[in-house]
Design a protein around this ligand. Structure first.
Ligand SMILES: Cc1ncc(COP(=O)(O)O)c(C=O)c1O
Length: 400
C-alpha cells in the first residue's frame, strides 16, 4: 500500500502521517522542532548514502567518478521535473550558501551599479553584497519594510528603490526568521521589465511547497536539498536561467577547459567531494513524490496552525508569522511578552527535551518552531504543554 492511502491533499488522516513518520529515523533525545535548519533524512535516504559510502571506500576514484556519478544526469532530470526547469540549468553543489555566493560573486557588475537587498535577507547574503561594495565599488540599497507588511506595500517599497542603474534585485522567497513568503513572481516581473537580474534565495521553499522556476521566471534560484527535501546534509542546488549562464562567473575556477554551460558551476568543477551524499537525492525525491508536494505543503500549514491554535491563548503570546495566507508553511515565530526568550529556548531543551530555535533580527526576538512531515499532532501537543509548563501557565484548550 502506498504511504498515503488517500489521494486528496490535506485530507490524509493522522494514521497516514504516522506511516510517513515510520519512514524516518526516530528523533531523540530531543523533539526536533528546528527542521528549517536541516531535516533528518528518511531511512531509505540514510541507507542509500551509507551503502554508497561503503561502495566508494572500496575503490574511491573509479567508484565515485566512473560509477556513482553516472546517476547524476538522471537525478538532475528528476529535480528539473520537480521544480519545472531544464536539467541543463541545474548545478548540484553543497548548499544554499555556496549557490548564493556563486551568484553574488559571479554576476558581472561595474563600479556604480546598484543592487537592492533587504534587512531580512540571510546574513551571509547581505555580507556577500557588502563585500562587493568594497571589492568592486557597487552600491547596495536596503529595502526597508516590516516582516508582516502587506504584499502590496512590500512590492511598492522595492519598486521605489529601482533606478536605471539597478542591476540586481536580491530576494528571499521565504524568510527563515518567521516563514513569511514574498510575492516573488510579481517582483521578478517588475524587475524583468526594467532589465534587472533577479536572484531568489529559495532555501526555505523548495520541497516545502510547490515551486515553479519557469513561472517565477527569475534569473537565479538557489536552494539546499537537505532542508525540506530530506536529502543527506551537504546537498544544494543552483538553478541558473539559460539566459544568464554564459555571462556568470563560477565561484571556483573550473577544471574543465573550456568550461561549458551549467557544468562550470556543477560538482564536477567544485573539486573532490563526497559523492555518496548525492546517492541520497533520488530516494528523497521518490518519497517526496509519493507523498506529493501539494499535500506536504498543506500538511505543514496544518501543523503550524495546529500548534499556534493551542498556544495562542497563553498570556502575552505574540505571533510574528502571517497566519491567514495560503503560503503559510512549516515556520512560525512567536514571543511571550516580558519573557527572556533565549532562556525559554534553553529551558525547553534542558528540562523538556524540546528543540526550538531562538531567533533575533532587528527588533524581533522569539522562538522559531518548524515541524516537518514526519511529525504528528501529538508531538505538537507535547511541545505546547512543555511551553505552558515552562511559562508556568495552565493548559487551556483553544483552536483556530
Ligand atoms: C533563507 C536561507 N538562505 C540561506 C540559507 C543557508 O542554507 P545552508 O546553510 O544550507 O547553506 C538558509 C539556512 O537556513 C536560509 O534559511
Amino acid at each position: 500500500m502506498s504511504i498515503m492511502a488517500d489521494p486528496a491533499p490535506a485530507s490524509a488522516g493522522e494514521d497516514a502521517w504516522k506511516r510517513v513518520r515510520d519512514q524516518y529515523p526516530v528523533q531523540q533525545p530531543l523533539l526536533n522542532l528546528n527542521n528549517a535548519a536541516v531535516s533528518p533524512p528518511p531511512l531509505v535516504v540514510q541507507e542509500a548514502m551509507i551503502d554508497a559510502y561503503r561502495f566508494i571506500s572500496r575503490n574511491p576514484d573509479y567508484n565515485m567518478w566512473s560509477k556513482l556519478d553516472t546517476a547524476l544526469p538522471g537525478i538532475k532530470r528528476e529535480l528539473a521535473e520537480l521544480i519545472d526547469c531544464s536539467p541543463d540549468e541545474i548545478a548540484l553543489n553543497r548548499n544554499s550558501s555556496e549557490g548564493l555566493s556563486t551568484a553574488i560573486f559571479g554576476i558581472p557588475l561595474d563600479k556604480g551599479d546598484q543592487v537592492i537587498i533587504s534587512d531580512w535577507d540571510y546574513p551571509s547574503v547581505r555580507e556577500g553584497w557588502f563585500q562587493r561594495v568594497q571589492r568592486d565599488g557597487i552600491e547596495v540599497f536596503n529595502c526597508a519594510f516590516d516582516l508582516l507588511d502587506d504584499d502590496n506595500d512590500v512590492v511598492e517599497a522595492y519598486v521605489k528603490l529601482m533606478t536605471p542603474r539597478t542591476r540586481v534585485l536580491q530576494l528571499t522567497h521565504m524568510y527563515h526568521w518567521n516563514g513569511r513568503v514574498l510575492p516573488i513572481k510579481r517582483l521578478c516581473d517588475l524587475a524583468r521589465e526594467r532589465n534587472i537580474i533577479t536572484l531568489v534565495d529559495g532555501a526555505q521553499t523548495f520541497a516545502q511547497m510547490p515551486v515553479s522556476f519557469r513561472e517565477l521566471d527569475c534569473d537565479f534560484f538557489i536552494t539546499s536539498l537537505h532542508k525540506w527535501l530530506g536529502a543527506p546534509v551537504g546537498n544544494g542546488m543552483l538553478i541558473v536561467n539559460r539566459r544568464r549562464i554564459d555571462q556568470t562567473w563560477p565561484l571556483l575556477a573550473p577544471f574543465d577547459q573550456p568550461a561549458v554551460g551549467i557544468d562550470k558551476f556543477d560538482h564536477w568543477n567544485l573539486g573532490t567531494y563526497n559523492s555518496a551524499i548525492q546517492s541520497g537525492i533520488a530516494p528523497a525525491i521518490q518519497l517526496h513524490k509519493e507523498i506529493g508536494a501539494a499535500r506536504i505543503h498543506a500538511r505543514l500549514r496544518e501543523l503550524t496552525r495546529y500548534w499556534i491554535g493551542h498556544a495562542r491563548n497563553i498570556p502575552g503570546f505574540r505571533l510574528h508569522t502571517p497566519l491567514d495566507t495560503h503560503e503559510l508553511g512549516a515556520i512560525g515565530l512567536f514571543s511571550v511578552d516580558g519573557m527572556d526568550m533565549r532562556r525559554l529556548e534553553s529551558d525547553l531543551r534542558e528540562k523538556y527535551r524540546v528543540h526550538v530555535k531562538y531567533r533575533k533580527v532587528q527588533d524581533i526576538e522569539g522562538l522559531r518552531v518548524s515541524p516537518h512531515v514526519y511529525m504528528v499532532k501529538s508531538d505538537l501537543d507535547i511541545f505546547v504543554s512543555a511551553l505552558r509548563d515552562a511559562l508556568g501557565t495552565s493548559a487551556v484548550q483553544s483552536a483556530l
